[in-house]
Design a protein around this ligand. Structure first.
Ligand SMILES: Nc1nc2c([nH]c(=O)n2[C@@H]2O[C@H](COP(=O)(O)OP(=O)(O)OP(=O)(O)O)[C@@H](O)[C@H]2O)c(=O)[nH]1
Ligand SMILES: [Mg+2]
Length: 136
């Protein structure tokens, strides 16, 4: 099975991170995610991240504020993904659910109350390991 490359943004503002709810009919639907999406053939990871976050949240991210956090390969059985996860600490605009999805700013200690796709557990572990100021 072909692996799908995905650009994923961990958007940090102070002690909060932005989560987005996956529509039921999407792969891994009904769970919370870090916004992002598939990298097109002609794009770099950062270009894909900027495009996806503009499409899904109507924000324009500052490319220089994006830092690689972790890369995760995961096999869901029905789909193999490689998540290229970046922290994003600066952007222009006010995030909105531009694809009619719920979005929410969530504090570190509240993350345990959210259900994520399996591949995200490694992202959460990495995020919980350090003070967030160190990521920006
Ligand atoms: N965006 C995003 N995708 C994730 C996360 N974790 C995770 O396993 N994925 C998987 O990555 C894959 C691609 O992400 P996506 O569905 O957002 O892609 P996309 O925005 O291009 O969507 P589309 O297929 O509706 O056009 C999905 O199979 C999804 O289940 C995450 O935290 N954020
Ligand atoms: Mg997406």
């Amino acid at each position: 099975m072909k692996q799908v490359n995905v650009a994923v943004g961990v958007i940090l503002q102070g002690d909060k991170v932005l989560l987005s709810f996956r529509h039921q009919q999407q792969h891994q639907g009904g769970k919370w995610e870090f916004p992002g999406g598939k990298i097109e053939a002609d794009e770099s990871v950062i270009e894909a991240l900027a495009r996806e976050l503009q499409e899904e949240l109507s924000i324009v991210i500052e490319l220089a504020s994006c830092k690689p956090l972790i890369r995760i390969e995961h096999d869901y059985g029905d789909k193999q993904v490689c998540l290229h996860v970046y922290t994003v600490s600066r952007f222009a605009g006010e995030p909105e659910g531009a694809e009619q999805q719920d979005i929410r700013w969530v504090a570190k200690q509240e993350l345990v109350n959210y259900r994520f796709p399996e591949a995200n557990h490694a992202i959460l572990e990495t995020l919980l390991a350090k003070p967030w100021a160190e990521f920006s």
